[in-house]
Design a protein around this ligand. Sequence first.
Ligand code: IMP
Ligand code: MG
Length: 180
Amino acid sequence: MDFIDRLVFREEEIQKRVRDLGKEITSDYAALYGEGAEVRMVSVLKGGFIFLADLIRCVQLDVTVDFMAITSYGEAAASSGAVRIEQDLSMSIEDRFVLVVEDIIDTGLTLHYILRNLRSRNPRDLRVCTLLDREVRRIAPIDISYRGFEVGEEFLVGYGLDYRQKGRNLRNIYTVKTAG
Ligand code: IMP
Ligand code: MG
C-alpha cells in the first residue's frame, strides 16, 4: 500500500454519512411511495460494492439488489464515456423504484450512459446515490438525489475505490501518491 498519500475521509466519518443517507432514502421513499415501497438498488461494479453493502443496512425499506458491470475503453482515471455492458442486471427493472448506487461520479460520462440505458427499460422511478461527487470534473450533467461528500480533483483510493485495482479494502479514503 505504498501508494497511499494523505487521509481524506476517516472510517467513522464515512459510516456516519452512510447512516444519514440511509435515513434520508428511507424517509423519502416511504413518504413518496409508502412504507411498503421496494427499492431496487443497483451497483455498478466494482467500485460501488462496499458502499452498497453498508448503505442497504441503513435503509429500512424492502431492498433488493442487483449488479451491473461495465467496461470503459481507456484508463479508469480518464473516462472517455465509451462504455460497454459486460455483465447486465439479473432482473427486470420495469415499473420498479431504481436507485443507482455509485462510489464516485467524476466526468459523469459512465453514469450518463448507464442511466440512458436503464431509463429505456421503463423503471417507475430512477435515482442516483453517490458516496463521492467530483463536480469540478463533470462533463455530462447528472441529477444526483443523494450525495455523501463533495471532493476535489485528487485521485482517491479506499472504501471500494481502487488505485490500479488495489486498495479497495482500505477502511478510510486517501489520496494516492502518483496522480492518475
Ligand atoms: P466518470 O465516468 O468519469 O464519472 O468515472 C466513472 C468511474 O471512474 C467511477 O465510478 C470510478 O469507478 C472511477 N473513478 C473516478 N475517479 C476515481 C478516483 O478518484 N478513484 C478511483 N476510481 C475513480
Ligand atoms: Mg464506479
